[in-house]
Design a protein around this ligand. Structure first.
Ligand SMILES: O=C[C@H](O)[C@H](O)[C@H](O)COP(=O)(O)O
Length: 244
């Protein structure tokens, strides 16, 4: 697939395609970000036309949008299962050369993700992991042969220096995410800080994921390894589906 910068049209197509998977009676995890927002709007439209669903938002942003478009909401502790979660990503491993429609999950880690560009990855991971099916919506700019972006860590605020030291010991370069519209750091919906940690191209995301998860003070990291069931890649002309 041609890897070009993403457009809102590509995001819309991916989001709407994923929303079309939602069936009557479903409990749906509502991810965060500009791509998932299209799915949430499309689900809202379907609800207006009679579809009965309940949504579980993964952030303040997705909750607000869901309320705005009329999706009835519930919470993880009020349901016995989540049928489908739809969410975006900052990087998606995709080694498909365009000749296969159905891929085996390979050593290359197709479908592995970095998330958390919007600082929502803690709640996203909880809801996405609880779902029977986890679908990622993306535009081609998100596709990579290997994960290499900074890995966001949600961190208990006064642990940020000790977590940063531990990240350096793992070979990473941590940096506290600064807020754009206020002095000081980004604070997540749950009151944590975000450390963006650059490791360069990741040789072994699964190993790094387990090392990061074991650092005291790390609430959650943005590596999603082996969790994705399908990726919908929107473009200006259509949607390519990857099933793993
Ligand atoms: O914390 C935010 C999330 O992980 C988003 O799903 C991710 O950043 C992708 O967002 P967007 O669709 O806006 O690129």
């Amino acid at each position: 697939m041609k890897r070009t910068g993403g457009s809102d049209e590509a995001k819309r197509r991916a989001g709407e395609r994923a929303a079309a998977e939602v069936e009557d009676g479903f409990v749906v995890g509502l991810g965060t970000g500009s791509t998932t927002a299209h799915a949430i709007r499309a689900i809202g439209e379907a609800v207006e036309n009679g579809l009965e669903v309940r949504g579980i938002p993964t952030s303040f942003q997705s909750r607000q949008l869901a309320l705005e478009v009329g999706i009835p909401l519930t919470s993880l502790d009020a349901v016995s299962s989540v049928d489908l979660a739809i969410d975006g990503a900052d990087q998606v491993v995709d080694t498909d050369d365009g000749t296969e429609q159905v891929l085996e999950r390979s050593d290359a880690g197709d479908g592995d993700l970095i998330k958390g560009g919007g600082a929502a990855h803690t709640r996203e991971k909880i809801v996405d992991a609880a779902a029977d099916r986890f679908v990622v919506v993306a535009d081609p700019s998100k596709l990579v042969d290997r994960l290499s972006g900074p890995v966001p860590l949600a961190v208990v605020p006064d642990a940020h220096t000790v977590v940063a030291d531990a990240v350096r010991e793992l070979g990473g370069e941590p940096s506290i995410r600064a807020a754009e519209c206020k002095d000081g750091p980004v604070v997540t919906d749950a009151g944590n800080l975000v450390l963006d940690c650059s490791f360069g191209p990741l040789e072994d995301p699964e190993h790094l994921a387990s090392r990061l998860a074991s650092i005291p003070g790390v609430v959650e990291h943005g590596l999603f390894v082996g969790r994705t069931d399908a990726t919908y890649v929107g473009s200006e002309s259509g949607v390519e589906v990857r099933e793993y």
